[in-house]
Design a protein around this ligand. Structure first.
Ligand code: IPE
Ligand code: IPE
Ligand code: MG
Ligand code: MG
Ligand code: MG
Length: 322
């Protein structure tokens, strides 16, 4: 998707121009490192595409786009500590390259700078933007805590899982689009449908993320393959597998929970997923959320031509490999 590349370049350029202080170096060096290593830049692009959909020509929309990407990067830096993740975007995570204290603090700064960018707009939008952003930020924390709580539980249900990923992942996509709608003076109804489009795309996106965690090509993926299995994450794949497994298969799952040989654990659990056809079942669930998302996009009162870029982005996300 050619347009996607252009937009990614715009975000990349803006991030490179972002003035990050230098002292203390131990605080700012990790931020510079993290922001310079790319990423798909999906969320800022959602802000830009939402604004375009409503024919918003304001140049300062880029500020709110950056706010969303900075916030996302903050969540990743802290998420990698929580998930004990060694790799992100193909390179060492901050807490591994430096230490967890520096990762916490540089993450904090990223979050605060996100708010600085969010507020760089007309005063008339401030209240609505803050309300949407704050609500999202608290929900992401709730989702992250649920995700960790679930590691210790063996009775998590699919509806609980969906609620957890709605919070940890989807509301940020919804919020990015909602921000685009707010600064474009969209109607309440359009704003709500756009948000719901984002939330449903986000649910499909996180299920895809769960699939990639098990099945991605390690070279391309940039994250540790099998990380969710190692941490006993209750992913869509895991929960679906447990509900379809027979007694013997369930016994293997139980036994693997405490296997400290990580490579062996990943191989055995992936084998069970294959036997149970879990990848395909997960793709069906993704497709259902994609279709719900499209219904909400369809209900927005702008010319259908104005929606093609968002549809293109959603399609790209459904087939992503990283
Ligand atoms: C990773 O998000 C976190 C999830 C919600 C799964 P992305 O896959 O968008 O990460 P980057 O920004 O492209 O690295
Ligand atoms: C991402 O969940 C949620 C947030 C970062 C808030 P994951 O833990 O699955 O994301 P990755 O796989 O590490 O990117
Ligand atoms: Mg996580
Ligand atoms: Mg993680
Ligand atoms: Mg993941």
């Amino acid at each position: 998707m050619e347009q996607l590349k252009h937009l990614q370049n715009d975000i990349e350029k803006a991030l490179a121009e972002l003035k990050v202080s230098h002292q203390p170096q131990a605080l700012y060096e990790p931020i510079r490192y993290f922001l310079s290593i790319g990423g798909k830049r999906i969320r800022p692009i959602l802000v830009l595409l939402a604004a375009r959909m409503f024919n918003n020509k304001r140049e300062d929309v880029l500020n709110q786009a950056l706010a969303v990407e900075l916030f996302h990067n903050f969540t990743l830096v802290h998420d990698d500590i929580m998930d004990n993740a060694p790799l992100r975007r193909g390179i060492q995570t901050i807490h591994e390259k430096w230490n967890p204290s520096q990762a916490i603090l540089s993450g904090d700064v990223l979050m605060i700078v996100a708010y600085q960018y969010l507020m760089r707009t007309d005063a008339q939008y401030m209240e609505a933007l803050m309300h949407s952003f704050n609500k999202m930020a608290i929900e992401v924390c709730e989702g992250q805590q649920m995700d960790m709580d679930f590691e210790q539980r063996d009775d998590v249900t699919i509806p609980e899982y969906i609620e957890m990923i709605r919070l940890k992942t989807s509301v940020l996509l919804g919020c990015a689009l909602e921000i685009g709608a707010i600064i474009s003076d969209a109607s309440e109804n359009d704003r709500k449908n756009l948000y719901d489009f984002g939330v449903n795309i986000g649910l499909a996106f996180q299920i895809q993320d769960d699939i990639l965690d098990v099945y991605a090509d390690a070279e391309k993926f940039g994250k540790q393959v099998g990380g969710d299995i190692i941490s006993n994450k209750k992913t869509y794949l895991y929960l679906t597998a447990r509900s379809h497994a027979n007694e013997a298969q369930n016994a293997i799952f139980e036994a693997q929970m405490s296997n400290s040989n990580h490579a062996e654990k990943v191989e055995i659990i992936r084998g069970l997923y294959d036997e149970l056809n879990i990848r395909q079942k997960s793709e069906v669930a993704m497709q259902e959320f994609y279709e719900k998302a499209m219904q909400h996009l369809g209900a927005i009162s702008v010319d259908e031509n104005n929606k093609t870029a968002l549809i293109g982005l959603a399609d790209y996300l459904m087939g992503r490999e990283v």
